[in-house]
Design a binder for this molecule. Structure first.
Ligand SMILES: [Zn+2]
Length: 141
């Protein structure tokens, strides 16, 4: 049997005769990488699988409400890295929204301008105390 290069570690290995298309060597780390890759592809292609996994995750979190809080407290570097990755994802998403042609940037719900603010009291819409306020749109998000 000819040897192949592992898609995980890059070392050469001999595929099992039953699986000539084997791409990962039998090392545990490479088998985990193979499984991760398979799950990622499955998640991308199969909405049922994705929903099922999400449901499983929700259930697990309900049964273990303190797990991640405790984990974050014990691993501050994890929390830091997570935050950095999340803001990177947020930035990518915002950029995508701005550059994507079929998503138009909405007008602000309330345009900038001068407004009259008066309290609403049941049975008596304006009770005399009226404020003049200026509303300025600071951010669209
Ligand atoms: Zn390997």
């Amino acid at each position: 049997m000819e040897s192949k290069q592992c898609a995980g570690c890059g070392k050469s290995f001999h595929p099992r005769p039953q699986r000539p298309d084997q791409r990962f060597c039998p090392q545990p780390a490479c088998q985990r990488a193979r499984k991760r890759q398979w799950q990622q592809q499955r998640r991308q292609r199969d909405p049922d699988y994705r929903e099922n996994e999400a449901r499983g995750g929700r259930l697990w979190r309900q049964c273990h409400p303190d797990y991640w809080r405790a984990y974050r407290q014990a691993h501050p570097d994890y929390q830091e890295r997570n935050r950095a990755q999340q803001s990177e994802r947020d930035l990518r998403r915002a950029t995508r929204l701005l550059t994507n042609g079929d998503v138009s940037v909405r007008d602000p719900l309330v345009p900038s301008g001068t407004y009259v603010l008066s309290p609403v009291v049941p049975g008596n819409l304006a009770n005399g105390d009226v404020w003049t306020v200026e509303i300025r749109v600071v951010s669209m998000e």
